[in-house]
Design a protein around this ligand. Structure first.
Ligand code: AMP
Ligand code: MG
Length: 355
């Protein structure tokens, strides 16, 4: 299939592009589109055949549900049941924005969209192109991230093209998403709203609005005991190895000097073996690792927004540059640290060395 690629400017969106994208969705096709988190791969959420195509294009396991994207809060009532006061408060505070909420689904939402579950995940993105696209496409867009299953989520149109060219009908190129990490997922069917996936909207922010919040214990699991301890993450997508580069990625944690010394020694050994070695490092420390085959500067420790935005690009760069061993510092920054480290730890397959 030939994939149509069209640029769009959020401040002046070409109506022709929106119409074309909307038509493709209404006919059951697939369109990748920008959001403020990462690029999404959209289909008509209420059309089971269209939703099924998403799984095929991504190579995604069929039990991993999609998020339904809407452009106005009133549409939530058409697809979800038992919408609580808490949910309305969170919608009021964080929609449109990077927050996904889980509700009991209405019959109109096909099981192809929810991966067989009786619940549905719903989000209203704030990106202008995303909003207008959802509207033009009929109001209900099922979309996971627009990457091949297992690869890092796409944070540029180039990433989407890399993974999806020839597999989907259209890609809307809207530049670089401002956040760069997937939305926070909160399960509103739990007695106390439960965070299943950390994101830009953190637990503190939710607690400030509701006075309470809980966490899926699997969110904090840093070792590969998730399965062994019977801690099955409630968000099916969190069970899969994800975001992973092809080379072996190790996170090194400890006090700054010991970490640096450990990584420098690792670089030396890897080079001796004839391997290509990369280091994911904060800007402040990048000069220290000048021996590495590839330096992956993720930005200043004082700019966690930049670290979040660059993370997936850096992980993709590991593959582009055919790196065999990748060392990473940890980036436990104040506000988004939990979300950043959650993704990085999964990318490393829980491979963490404490020094
Ligand atoms: P992606 O946007 O690619 O990150 O995929 C959507 C994420 O939402 C995956 O991690 C899913 O497992 C999660 N998700 C979607 N619907 C539900 C649901 N009904 N219950 C729990 N998690 C969900
Ligand atoms: Mg994804």
């Amino acid at each position: 299939m030939e994939t149509i690629i069209k640029k769009a400017d959020g401040n002046n969106i070409d109506p022709e592009v929106l119409m074309q994208a909307g038509d493709i969705i209404k006919k059951g096709g697939l369109v990748a589109f920008p959001t403020e988190t990462v690029y999404g791969l959209g289909a008509d959420a209420l059309n089971p055949l269209a939703s099924s195509k998403i799984y095929a294009a991504k190579g995604r396991p069929s039990d991993n549900p999609l998020i339904v994207h809407i452009y106005r809060t009133e549409d939530l009532y058409k697809i979800a049941e038992n919408i609580s006061e808490d949910a309305l408060k969170l919608a009021e505070e964080f929609w449109p924005g990077p927050l996904t909420m889980i509700f009991h689904k209405k019959a109109i939402v096909p099981y192809e969209t929810t991966g067989g579950l009786d619940t549905v995940a719903v989000r209203m993105p704030s990106d202008k192109i995303a909003m207008e696209f959802i509207k033009a496409a009929g109001g209900f867009i099922a979309a996971p991230s627009a990457n091949l299953s297992g690869r890092p989520s796409p944070t540029s149109a180039a990433h989407v093209i890399e993974d999806m060219n020839g597999r989907i009908d259209m890609i809307i190129d809207g530049g670089i998403p401002v956040i760069g990490l997937e939305s926070t997922i909160v399960d509103m069917t739990e007695r106390v709203p439960m965070i299943l996936r950390p994101g830009y909207v953190n637990g503190e922010m939710i607690k400030e609005v509701l006075g309470r919040v809980s966490y899926d214990p699997a969110v904090f699991c840093e070792n590969e005991v998730v399965g062994k301890a019977g801690l099955k993450p409630k968000a099916p997508g969190m069970r899969y190895r994800h975001y992973a580069p092809k080379g072996e990625l190790v996170i090194v944690r400890g006090d700054r000097e010991t970490v640096t010394a450990y990584i420098k020694k690792g670089i030396k050994n890897a080079l001796k073996e004839g391997s290509r070695v990369g280091v994911i490092t904060a800007e402040e420390n990048s000069k220290v690792y000048s021996d590495a085959t590839v330096l992956l500067d993720i930005g200043s420790r004082n700019r966690e927004d930049v670290i979040a935005r660059r993370l997936y690009s850096v992980l993709r760069e590991c593959d582009e540059k055919c790196i065999d061993y990748i060392y990473s510092e940890d980036f436990d920054t104040p506000r988004m640290g939990q979300a950043i480290m959650n993704r990085l730890i999964k990318a490393a397959g829980h491979n963490i060395i404490e020094v």
